[in-house]
Design a protein around this ligand. Structure first.
Ligand code: AMP
Length: 277
């Protein structure tokens, strides 16, 4: 497993690869969710590149950039046995050299949900992912369904900017009790961690209602809200029942649909989603 920091040293290794290349972009502090993307990339591509970069431009001023958990040694130990060929860990200066002023904006898709709560977040995400695509030139790039809007934004951007690659969205990996794995789960205290299953339980209740035949989107949103309200430690930020591709809120559920939510558990903001249909 080669490890590179600069653009030039990463490019040198990348150019030595024959065959297809799969890219797995991460912010590090890896867990099974990240590793599942690496395994899928490994199964489908000749070479796997993992990037570890805590991207400052996707964090708002009041968000957790400086506190974001980091453990590079542990990350590398987890990646090595999976047969990763190259880990690129650029510094902020490598990604955003002095005088930086070029940005990627995906429009309508970034207005609602996470985009409405986190101003500028998706401009940072789209920009850094476009830069990672340009620098590593993968054939396939792997993202998690856990971050549903991010996946939708990147699929759109890849088409709109003519990136010659396939965006692959992999299923959300969960803890045994249903909590979606996330680097931020580490912030939860013992009580919040137990209470955090409320997101999975809320989504499950709405899914069950859908499976019993309910197609009124507002009823599904109400069900999610009611279950969340039953947990005193949970503070709902939003719940959504939206079209899977456009992310527009629905009145009636017909095709592929995204149920999603953001919830504060104490100071920690958790997101989760289910896909219906
Ligand atoms: P992050 O390091 O949080 O930026 O995540 C890097 C990639 O891993 C993104 O594509 C995430 O959607 C994906 N990911 C994070 N958590 C999970 C999970 N629990 N299951 C599947 N993919 C995940």
């Amino acid at each position: 497993m080669k490890i590179a920091e600069t653009l030039a040293s990463m490019r040198e290794v990348r150019l030595s690869f024959d065959g297809t290349v799969g890219l797995v972009p991460t912010m590090g502090y890896l867990h099974e969710g990240h590793l599942s993307l690496v395994r899928q990339a490994k199964a489908e591509c000749n070479h796997v590149v993992v990037t570890i970069f805590v991207n400052p431009t996707q964090f708002g001023p009041s968000e957790d950039l400086s506190k974001y958990p980091r453990d590079l040694d542990r990350d590398l130990k987890l990646l090595e046995p999976l047969g990763v060929d190259l880990v690129w860990m650029p510094t902020a200066e490598v990604m955003y050299p002095p005088g930086y002023q070029t940005w990627v904006e995906v429009e309508a898709l970034t207005k609602g949900l996470e985009g409405a709560m986190r101003t500028g977040h998706f401009r940072g995400v789209a920009t850094v992912v476009a830069k990672l695509f340009n620098a590593t030139q993968p054939d396939k790039a792997y993202f998690g369904q856990k971050d549903a809007q991010q996946a939708a934004v990147i699929r759109r951007m890849a088409v709109d900017l003519s990136f010659p690659l396939e965006v692959i969205v992999c299923p959300t990996v969960r803890e045994a009790d249903g909590l979606a794995m996330s680097s931020r789960n580490k912030y939860l205290n013992e009580f919040e961690r137990k209470a955090a299953t409320i997101l999975f339980r809320s989504l499950s209740a709405a899914k069950k209602l859908y499976e019993s035949g309910e197609r009124n989107a507002e009823s599904l949103r109400e069900t999610m809200k009611e279950v969340l309200a039953s947990e005193p430690l949970a503070q709902m930020q939003y719940v959504s029942c939206a079209d899977y591709d456009s992310l527009e809120e629905l009145d009636t559920v017909s095709g592929k649909t995204l149920l999603s939510m953001a919830v504060f558990m104490g100071k920690t903001r958790l997101i989760d989603n289910f896909v219906l249909g």
